[in-house]
Design a protein around this ligand. Structure first.
Ligand code: ZN
Length: 92
């Protein structure tokens, strides 16, 4: 069995990719990043504590979660911060 990443098999990846319509589970966009002129595949996101696979993410969202240490509290604080400094975004 070929493993993609974090214990995700190729068939698991294909099933998730199809279920997500090939789009990132957070931003809903298709992957646009390339590596050696080839379009990268979506990243396999997993819970670092349990190792459980969550979903497929684009490189940007995957990096973003990593930057915020996968911590919902820090992400909430970032939302609050952005809203406090961008009044126009409060209605979004
Ligand atoms: Zn994304």
């Amino acid at each position: 069995m070929r493993l993609i990443n974090y214990g995700c098999s190729a068939s698991q990846f294909d099933a998730m990719f199809a279920a997500q319509d090939g789009k990132c589970a957070i931003c809903g966009a298709l992957e646009t990043r390339t590596q050696q002129s080839r379009l990268r595949t979506l990243a396999v996101d997993h819970d670092h504590a349990t190792g459980k696979i969550r979903a497929l993410l684009c490189g940007g969202c995957n990096s973003g979660l990593g930057s915020f240490e996968h911590d919902p509290n820090v992400l909430e604080a970032a939302i609050t911060y952005l809203q406090a400094h961008a009044p126009d975004m409060r209605t979004l």
